[in-house]
Design a binder for this molecule. Structure first.
Ligand code: MG
Length: 196
């Protein structure tokens, strides 16, 4: 297990290739929970096709582009065996809590450089006042049409999101969480692209 303050790489791996890789600071790594923090300014790698972000996510080949995470501070709470990440976003300029985000993804796996999963396209956006909406439903439809998921697989992805909404884990208790000011911005390790 990794220690609080260590760097761990969170990767989306698909068809044996890295699709996204972002270094995080380990907040917790236990038998129940992996909590990872991504500050604004983290260098990452993200998939592009002809220089553009990819919609539908059904492509089998891509190139990776250097990117710097530039939107929110993010704390990702991932429980072993669950097909989602429960995420908290804060405004970087003010530190104000912005929203919750449910990223539907494969259950987490350990890797020598951190943790691997794969993104399952559909997401849920939850406002601080509790209003919520699906994000990228159209992209999930596109992924079915393009053959990445069967209709049954897509229904299972959606059902996971419906379970989260039914359980309603908001607030999570971490809304006032703050990163340790001594943590440096995590860097990409040199072996970020090795798939095991
Ligand atoms: Mg997603």
């Amino acid at each position: 297990m990794r220690s609080r303050g260590d760097t761990a790489l969170l990767r989306f791996v698909r068809y044996g290739q890295v699709r996204r890789a972002t270094p995080h600071v380990v907040v917790e790594d236990s038998d129940e929970l992996v909590a990872l923090y991504a500050p604004v300014g983290s260098p990452c790698k993200t998939a592009v096709w002809d220089g553009s972000p990819i919609r539908g996510q059904a492509d089998r080949t891509w190139r990776l582009r250097d990117h710097v995470w530039d939107t929110y501070r993010v704390l990702r709470l991932m429980r072993w065996g669950q097909a989602h990440s429960l995420e908290l976003f804060w405004e970087d300029a003010t530190g104000a809590f912005a929203c919750w985000y449910v990223n539907l993804q494969e259950p987490l796996r350990r890797s020598p450089v951190g943790f691997d999963t794969d993104d399952l396209v559909l997401d849920i956006w939850v406002e601080p006042d509790g209003t919520w909406r699906w994000k990228d439903e159209d992209e999930l439809e596109e992924a079915i049409r393009l053959g990445r998921f069967t209709a049954g697989e897509a229904a299972a992805i959606r059902a996971e999101g419906e379970r989260v909404i039914a359980d309603w884990p908001f607030p999570t208790g971490s809304e006032d969480w703050q990163p340790d000011p001594d943590w440096p911005t995590p860097e990409l390790p040199s072996d970020w692209d090795e798939v095991y």
